[in-house]
Design a protein around this ligand. Structure first.
Ligand SMILES: [Zn+2]
Length: 313
């Protein structure tokens, strides 16, 4: 067997002979009506989003997925203390991920759009399962078409909540290019909401205030660092000021824990650009952005408290 594989391996001379320019990579995509072959250069990916298809169990009445996730992080920490229970789903779990639905959007250089979905099984080694997709008329309402199909894709994976579907559609309909806020290298991109994003150069937009609150839970069990509190993510509200007087407010939530990270698509993100001359509105805008994102009152107030004080005469 080994000898056979060895014989198939290209010789050094053959490899050298292949140093001619390669044909552009083509990707085979399974749309619902037919498979298509597209080149990465002509049909670049705009957005690719992973939605966990999850189930909640053992929850108290009124719990949200966020409450359940927090309980699961705590439960995982307790299971880790027991080598036999480590990484194993049990009857006391709060959140179970059945599969992951991956939705991809691509746009041709001529403006045509395409979307398609894959199901990734939780079991390692199982191939990705194509669920179909469509080419979309450029003039159509892309968001409406995605909304129409997202539920069908989720149903093929076992079904998703209204909130999860909305997050998937919201993420995948961010197809308009981000607006550049300065003449720098524009290395950072943030989402402002309503399908709009901005790109900026962090060095030209220094942070004026950053308010951070951890997502943490006390697990009762002490880990290797002697810590019983597990930090599984954070929410952030940031105010940046350009030297020309414009202000950028942006924020959101982020999970860092390995299991919780799968739920990042459900975390809020958004912001606002405050034009020159409207600096006095910044505290009100910080409050509005923080409230819209559903951030903790403490995170919002802490951010407002850090803004430059207005001199009263
Ligand atoms: Zn468990």
């Amino acid at each position: 067997m080994d000898a056979e594989q060895g014989a198939k391996r290209p010789t050094e001379a053959e490899t050298r002979g292949r140093l001619t320019p390669l044909a552009p990579a083509k990707v085979r995509i399974h749309l619902t009506d037919r498979p298509v072959l597209v080149s990465e250069q002509e049909w670049p990916v705009l957005v690719q989003a992973d939605l966990p298809i999850y189930r909640l169990t053992n929850c108290e009445p009124g719990w949200t997925w966020r409450d359940a996730l927090r309980a699961q992080v705590r439960h995982d920490a307790q299971c880790e203390a027991d080598p036999l229970a480590r990484g194993v789903m049990c009857e006391w779990c709060y959140v179970t991920v059945l599969a992951t639905l991956q939705l991809t959007t691509r746009r041709h250089l001529d403006g045509r759009m395409m979307f398609y979905a894959l199901r990734k099984s939780r079991v390692l080694g199982v191939p990705l399962d194509p669920l179909g997709g469509s080419l979309v008329n450029t003039n159509g309402d892309f968001r409406a078409v995605l909304t129409e199909h997202a539920k069908g894709f989720a149903d093929m994976c076992g079904g998703a909540s209204v909130e999860a579907l909305a997050a998937l559609v919201d993420t995948c309909s961010r197809t308009s290019p981000a607006e550049c806020l300065d003449d720098g290298e524009n290395g950072r991109e943030v989402y402002l909401g309503n399908s709009t994003s901005v790109k900026f150069t962090p060095a030209l937009w220094p942070v004026e205030v950053e308010s951070v609150s951890p997502y943490c839970v006390d697990c009762d069990v002490v880990d290797s660092t002697g810590e019983s509190v597990r930090w599984y993510g954070r929410e952030v509200l940031t105010v940046r000021r350009h030297s020309d007087g414009r202000t950028l407010v942006h924020g959101g939530g982020e999970f860092i824990d390995e299991f919780a990270r799968q739920f990042n698509i459900l975390n809020p993100s958004g912001g606002a650009v405050v034009p020159v001359g409207q600096g006095r509105d910044v505290p009100a805008i910080v409050r509005r952005v923080g409230k819209t994102l559903g951030l903790e009152p403490f995170t919002i107030q802490n951010c407002v408290n850090g803004l430059p004080a207005e001199e009263l005469r």
